[in-house]
Ligand binder design. Sequence first.
Ligand code: PMP
Length: 454
Amino acid sequence: DYNGPSYDEIVAIRKKNLGPSLKHNFKTPLLIHNGKMQWLFDNNGKRYLDLFGGIVTVSVGHCHPKVNAALKNQVETLWHTTNIYLHPKIHEYAEKLASKMPGNLKTVYFVNSGSEANDLAMLLARLYTKNFDILTFRNAYHGMSPYTMGLTAHSTWRFSLPGVNNGIQHVQNPNPYTGKWGGKNCRDSIIQTMRNCDCLPTECKATEYYFQDLEEVFRYSIPVGKCAGMFAESIQGVGGSVQFTKGYIKKAAELVRKNGGIFISDEVQTGFGRTGDYFWGFESHDIVPDIVTMAKGIGNGFPLAAVVTTPEIAESLTQASIFNTFGGNPLASAVGIAVLDVIEEEKLQENSLTVGNYFLKGLDELRSKFRVIGDVRGQGLMIGAEFVADRDERLPLSREDFCKIWEHCKDLGVLFGQGGFYGNVLRIKPPMCVNKNDVDLALDVLERSIKAHI
Ligand code: PMP
């Protein structure tokens, strides 16, 4: 039972003592005080199916007993020494995490957030290549630190200040649904229908056109051989679960490397088995990146993030000292190890694939019933449904209309996420322990909410 300050008291404190820019979901935000696996409970004891997992932060389930036990056990032993001494946990964890990586990605840096991880990756790319220019996509989200805010390409998440854009270019987003070129068959999706495709899959030119555009950026904007690197999410998260056209990432990575740069995969949302087929999202693009950054699900909600790279690239940081007070502390490492164990023991990657495919199929059926759902996409449990005002023109449903459906789902006990530049994408990234019954509940609630408002 909830016995903390009242709802009104909390709202008053928030207004008085927390920053006005701090955002909350829903007009009347929920007061959540308890979580168990895929369920959240509010101050009135009402249960919600959490399909957004605190934006993918909770990977294996709220308060998972094994992760909780690992944390409690570590709390009793040692909290912190900083890395000026040896402690076993960070070593055990680094070895275990590195064993999950392909190729020569063997050197791990532990930090505390996704922004910090991408900051470090930017620094590594520039020091290693001795170049400055970095590319990323329009519609990308890579963080809110002053350094990574430059990478993030949503005007709503950026402050226009000197230095933010320093050396960063945002290239065309290879988005097959609302981008310049493409169609449904142009991306890797389990649902291979022709309905959105502008050309036959065998003749699809979207990747080629986007790639030509990238070549043009290099030709006009980056002196030969002077690229430091390119950042890409394997599926864009905040941008609205956007999948790229097939084969584009592989070609782009080759071009970046040819021009002196390295390729950085941001796996903050897509890592740790979420995409189902693979442990890492980049594997579906058939590449081995030079740097991989990870956060959120890595700690199941505990502040923890990491950068993994090759020993050669890591060497470039020895020019000066690098230090992070809390990076890889015993508590975080104990949690990280437990998370990896649970993913394996409970076969959560496999679960992401089967339950994710079931979800995608169900959403696609809803799409055939309601014209307001323009696109259904994703891999595993990294899913998006884009709501449109006009299906033929692919015009976004207004934020106001979208929110009516979204809030109604919340009232019926199912928490979806909201995303996309226009706030018209329903985002589904639940703890990976969800099952098909949860999906049936979610689809039923979504259908009822759409019917109530459209
Ligand atoms: N990269 C991606 C893909 C993200 O989605 C986010 C957070 N939404 C970040 C980086 C930044 O992570 P953090 O909020 O932990 O700094």
